[in-house]
Write a protein that binds this ligand. Structure first.
Ligand code: SAH
Length: 235
């Protein structure tokens, strides 16, 4: 009899916890849909695939527990190790400029929390992402695995050298700011492909590079503030 009561209590409390979790997931989803409408569509991002990805990826799963309630706010957030997850609008803006298709292979430098990689993975075929800080690389890999992003591969290392084994890439995105464009990454971009990065030190600009048969075309997009790219480029 006692065993039966204990079992009943256990199943009851499991049920309670499940319904609390379901309620908070619903709340996060509502916040996420408002974020896409108010911060992203309203500012001019139009690509349906990007908007869909931003509605799908649970951003609250990529931030530290005590910041979950701010996960859908219009700002970057700290993720530990002096690094940040970018403002949602900037993630969507940079993704749109890459003009991704569903068969594309993408390289990201600066995995951080793994959030940008997840957004890319919703649209493209495969995302290779490199993170220089060991604990962040490990944490991001775990988060992405837990959420089922099987098409993201995380590597710990200096993204300066890219990931030549899987090159050339249809698109490359750098999410930490180098003071000059890493040459190996230009080489690993496909002809017809786009690369986007924040360029500069104190004053940075988002730069879009298109690789074509004649060489590279460069366009300055908007002033931004990213954490610096470290490793070989900063030496
Ligand atoms: N894209 C991330 C945010 C990037 S923050 C997200 O969605 O959460 C920038 C990240 O770039 C930091 O985690 C930092 O450690 C990493 N980084 C800086 N220099 C790097 C380098 N040379 N190679 C790889 N990662 C680098």
């Amino acid at each position: 009899m006692r065993v039966l009561i204990i079992l009943l209590c256990f199943f009851y409390s499991c049920g309670q916890q499940k319904s609390i979790n379901q309620r908070s997931e619903k709340m996060y989803e509502k916040m996420r849909l408002s974020m896409v409408e108010d911060q992203i569509e309203r500012r001019g991002v139009k690509d349906d695939r990007v908007l869909h990805a931003m509605r799908e990826v649970p951003r609250h799963e990529f931030v530290p527990n005590h910041l979950k309630k701010y996960a859908y706010a219009d700002e970057p957030l700290p993720i530990g190790e002096d690094q940040t997850i970018s403002q949602p609008y900037i993630v969507a803006y940079m993704t749109e400029y890459l003009r991704l298709g569903e068969e594309d292979i993408v390289l990201e430098i600066g995995t951080g929390s793994g959030y940008q990689a997840a957004v890319l993975a919703e649209i493209a075929d495969t995302v290779y992402t490199i993170e220089i800080v060991d604990v962040l690389a490990k944490r991001a890999e775990k988060t992405l695995e837990r959420l089922g992003y099987e098409n993201v591969l995380v590597k710990r290392g200096d993204g300066y050298a890219g990931w030549p084994e899987h090159a050339p890439y249809d698109a490359i995105i750098i999410t930490a700011a180098p003071t000059k464009i890493p040459q190996p990454l230009l080489e690993q971009l496909k002809i017809g492909g786009f690369m986007i990065l924040p360029l500069g030190d104190y004053s940075q600009e988002l730069v879009l590079i298109e690789k074509n048969i004649k060489g590279f075309e460069q366009k300055r997009l908007l002033p931004v503030r990213f954490v610096p790219m470290t490793g070989e480029i900063a030496e």
